[in-house]
Each structure stands twice: as structure tokens, then as C-alpha cells.
Ligand binder design. Structure first.
Ligand SMILES: C[S@@+](CC[C@H](N)C(=O)[O-])C[C@H]1O[C@@H](n2cnc3c(N)ncnc32)[C@H](O)[C@@H]1O
Length: 229
């Protein structure tokens, strides 16, 4: 783990997680929000793109890409924010996947509200396990669960990916197999992730990679990797 550490940061992170989990992630009703110029209904258990800042940072990055003619995959789509941003950037086809069935239900309604329903297709699955291996995509986006503790439940899977990021470990090899030659995976983690584990998984999968953005916030930095096949 890199970046700020020590008792104060651990305490702050635990406090933020406690309140986020009990007040936001475990909410019982759908909430409405507007992020990156897009409108969302966020169903219970779905990662909230307004309260959790990484979503907007990543969507703003996608806004600057030209995705015309690209076949795009958004893994761990949540409300669908990155898939919808990709469609807004011109992608004619975006597959949006999540392990949370409430996310898969949210994506079509949010895509409809934002005028890109024809481009965005939701799928509920664990990582890319439901796709046959084969070079199908030009670009993959993934704003993954960044913290390496056991998730408490489905809602907490937006935040935690298990000890040593166990729950997302197979993703990098799966993504490599499904990208066309020259295709690119953009994946966001945090200075509080175990980046040594993540970087070795990216390298082992076969990617040429670099960090292209760091987005500092109060207690951590989000880290955006560009991984080329
Ligand atoms: C940090 S949230 C990001 C959500 C959304 N992409 C955004 O930027 O707001 C991570 C998402 O990954 C999903 N997720 C966690 N583990 C997963 C898995 N094994 N397979 C698919 N999705 C997963 C969570 O349900 C959550 O929606």
C-alpha cells in the first residue's frame, strides 16, 4: 500500500467507510443525482456516483476521448455512469457489466434518461466470466472496488474487493484476452489499494502499462492506469 498511511489515515478511512456504508450504500430507497452533466436514479445497493468522487473524475476523463467506432466494455458499471459517458463520447456499442443485479437494472433506465439507450447494453455477471475469450473490444473501462478487505455484502462490493484484491484478481487476464491488439484498458484504483498486487496482476496479464493520472482528494489519491495490449 502506498500514499498516506498511519493511524490518522486509517482512522479517517474507517470513519468515512462507516458513515458511507450505513448512510449511503445501505439506503433503502432510490436516490436521484446529477453528475458530470448526466442524470441518474441510483437504486439501493448501487454505488452512488455523486457521493463517491472517483466516478465523476473517471467520467470527465472519458469525456475527452474520441470513441467513435469503438466497441467498449465498462466493468463494474454501477449506475452506468462510465458506460453512458462512453456512449456520449461516440461509442456505438457499450456493454456495461456488474455483479450487482440492481446495477444491471439501473443501467437501461439511466441510459434512457441520458439519451443513449440504443448504445448501452447491461449484463449482470462476475467480472468477464460470462464472455467467451476472444478479442472483442477496443476499449475497456473499470472503476474497480479499491479497498482490500472482505466486503460485508453486495453493496459493500462497490468499495471492498477482498484480501489482496482477491475478488478482482482474475479481471486483468480476462480483460487482456478480450481486447483487440492495440486495444486499451483504463482502470482506476487508489493510493489505498494494494498497488503492488494490482501492478503485478496487470504485468502478468501481458499489458504494457503506465499511470496516466492521479487525482488527489482529502485522504487518498485515485490512480488511473492505461494498459495497452
Ligand atoms: C467503485 S464501484 C464503480 C461503479 C461505477 N463504475 C462508477 O464509476 O460509479 C465498483 C463496482 O464494481 C462492481 N463489482 C464489484 N465486484 C465485481 C465483480 N466481481 N464483477 C463485476 N462487478 C463487480 C460493484 O458492484 C460496483 O458497482
Amino acid at each position: 500500500m502506498r500514499g498516506p498511511s498511519g493511524l490518522v489515515q486509517r482512522f479517517l478511512r474507517a470513519t468515512i467507510h462507516f458513515f458511507s456504508y450505513h448512510l449511503v450504500m445501505r439506503r433503502r430507497s432510490s436516490w436521484r443525482t446529477k453528475v458530470a452533466g448526466l442524470q441518474f436514479v441510483v437504486r439501493p445497493t448501487v454505488f452512488h456516483p455523486g457521493y463517491f468522487i472517483s466516478s465523476e473524475r473517471f467520467a470527465n476523463f472519458i469525456d475527452r476521448l474520441d470513441l467513435r467506432g469503438k466497441r467498449v466494455l465498462d466493468v463494474g458499471t454501477g449506475s452506468g455512469i462510465l458506460a453512458i459517458a462512453a456512449a456520449r463520447s461516440g461509442a456505438p456499442t457499450v456493454i456495461a457489466t456488474d455483479i450487482n443485479p440492481n446495477a444491471a437494472l439501473s443501467v437501461p433506465e439511466n441510459a434512457q434518461t441520458n439519451g443513449v439507450r440504443a448504445q448501452v447494453q447491461p449484463v449482470c455477471m462476475d467480472l468477464l466470466s460470462g464472455f467467451a475469450a476472444g478479442p472483442e473490444f477496443d476499449v475497456i473501462f473499470a472503476n474497480l472496488p479499491k479497498h482490500n478487505k472482505q466486503p460485508r455484502d453486495l453493496a459493500d462490493r462497490g468499495w471492498h474487493s477482498g484480501p489482496k484484491h482477491r475478488d478482482i484478481a482474475p479481471f486483468f487476464a480476462q480483460a487482456y484476452e478480450r481486447l483487440r491488439l492495440g486495444g486499451c484498458l483504463y482502470v482506476m484504483l487508489s493510493s489505498h489499494s494494494d498497488l503492488d498486487v494490482i501492478e503485478s496482476l496487470i504485468s502478468l496479464a501481458g499489458f504494457q502499462w503506465k499511470i496516466i493520472q492521479r487525482y488527489p482528494i482529502f485522504i487518498e489519491s485515485f490512480v488511473l492506469y492505461e494498459c495497452r495490449r
